[in-house]
Design a protein around this ligand. Structure first.
Ligand SMILES: [Zn+2]
Ligand SMILES: [Zn+2]
Length: 160
């Protein structure tokens, strides 16, 4: 998580921005669509479509997978939500929250995602690009590994 307070403010703004986007594009502003937007905009987690559907069910606001897919598509098009592919065979979605570029750590055991940003890495990617005669535009880094909880679990069960 980068900044909790900022995330909350961004969430409220995001909900309003999504309403505006739907209206501007002549798309119906439905309770279902808003509930789906709330799930993604209200967290700093990186959710799969299945995660979103599960969360909706737990709130008693079940929506069909097709509706969840379509609404997420609209959210991505609006720029409020960013699509991530961590090579897991499914996509994840996170609120863009006005948060600048960042990288991800992905736990290969429990699927936990942690964000980080490091200026040294930013400089290094520019340097690497230039070394190869490129002018850097963007990059994406995902570090796969075991989170600290899963490492502790592995130590307890004697698996190392
Ligand atoms: Zn883990
Ligand atoms: Zn992220």
């Amino acid at each position: 998580m980068i900044d909790g307070l900022f995330a909350q403010a961004a969430h409220d703004d995001g909900r309003e921005a999504f309403r505006t986007y739907l209206r501007d594009h002549n798309l119906p502003v439905t309770a279902q669509r808003l509930a789906i937007a709330d799930v993604i905009l209200g967290t700093d987690r990186h959710l799969s479509v299945e995660d979103v559907a599960k969360q909706l069910r737990s709130q008693g606001a079940a929506a069909g997978t097709a509706t969840v897919y379509r609404t997420i598509e609209v959210l991505v098009r609006s720029g409020l939500v960013v699509e991530r592919d961590f090579g897991e065979g499914f996509k994840r979605y996170e609120a863009s929250r006005g948060v600048p570029h960042h990288e991800h750590l992905l736990c290969t055991n429990c699927g936990k995602v942690t964000e980080f940003r490091d200026e040294r890495l930013e400089r290094m990617t520019t340097l690497l690009a230039e070394t190869h005669g490129y002018s850097r535009q963007r990059h994406r880094l995902v570090i796969h590994g075991l989170c600290s909880d899963c490492q502790r679990g592995a130590a307890r069960s004697g698996v190392r």
